[in-house]
Design a protein around this ligand. Structure first.
Ligand code: DGL
Length: 278
């Protein structure tokens, strides 16, 4: 049992409590699947904030508010650690979520600029992300800090989040839109592509087909899963059960509609999706 005292508030976090994660929609499942792989015995709760998706085109204050409310919901369900599995939500509200919930470990995500710096051979890196992520201060700081000596070419990609939300991964229209966004980066000669939105890893096969095998495509799923495991260990919050962990999915949207996409992306036709009234 891990107990941390904050002012007059006492929060008791139990090892057997679930890990909570959220995104504007189903994109964060690209992170959750890596967490599941790395931590097979942990229970997981996921919230797809589908009623407010996409985040990337909304005012920062609105996304910040959603991030606080959804985190509150997850903590209400007993989450022992929160993964903000959305780059846009991290730009808009990670600091505020951490400040408000200091008693709970919060793990964020950011585009894989640092790994890209290590991977690129020709020093040309492309980044595909939402406008909000690319225009945020977090992103400029990341580039300034980790991309020394590397040319970073950015490309906002409106419409891709909606495509993943619809589960329309491998359609001619998806390939056409992705090609439109990747072409300018390929013309710059990039040899490394960073997927800076948690929805985009689901489009990786199409992106790889367009870019060709010589372009290395990076996302942050595994790094975030490793960080989650590290923090659980440090906080002595790893479960001590040995049976397989469970997953519980929630959406603020229409559970039946969201269930079919989650089933497809999670690769399990039996998933149940509940309504999150938040
Ligand atoms: N998955 C979110 C991200 O990583 C998508 C943002 C959106 O909803 O626009 O940024």
């Amino acid at each position: 049992m891990y107990i941390r005292k904050l002012f007059i508030e006492v929060v008791v976090l139990s090892r057997t409590s679930p890990i909570g994660a959220f995104d504007s929609g189903v994109g964060g499942l690209s992170i959750l699947s890596e967490i599941r792989r790395l931590l097979p015995v942990e229970d997981l709760i996921y919230v797809a904030d589908s009623a407010h998706c996409p985040y990337g085109v909304k005012p920062i204050e609105d996304i910040r508010q959603r991030s606080l409310e959804v985190t509150d919901f997850l903590i209400g369900l007993g989450a022992k650690l929160i993964v903000v599995a959305c780059n846009s939500a991290c730009v808009a509200g990670l600091d505020q979520v951490r400040a408000k919930y200091r008693q709970i470990p919060i793990v964020g995500v950011e585009p894989a600029i640092k790994p890209a710096h290590n991977v690129t051979r020709n020093g040309k890196v492309g980044v595909l992300a939402t406008n909000l992520t690319l225009n945020g201060e977090r992103f400029s700081i990341l580039v300034e800090k980790y991309a020394t000596g590397v040319e970073v070419y950015t490309q906002p990609a409106p419409g891709l989040v909606e495509i993943v939300e619809a589960g329309a991964i491998e359609t001619p229209e998806t390939e056409k839109l992705l090609r439109k966004y990747l072409q300018p980066l390929l013309e710059k000669g990039i040899d490394t592509l960073v997927l800076g939105c948690t929805h985009y890893p689901f489009l990786r096969p199409v992106a790889q087909k367009i870019c060709g095998p010589q372009v290395v495509i990076l996302d942050t799923g595994l790094a975030v899963a490793k960080q989650t495991a590290r923090i659980l260990k440090l906080a002595e919050l790893e479960t001590n059960r040995t049976s397989a962990g469970t997953e519980m999915f929630y959406t603020t949207g229409e559970p039946n509609a969201v269930r079919s996409v989650i089933s497809k992306l999670w690769g399990n036709s039996q998933v149940q999706v509940r309504k999150a009234n938040v």
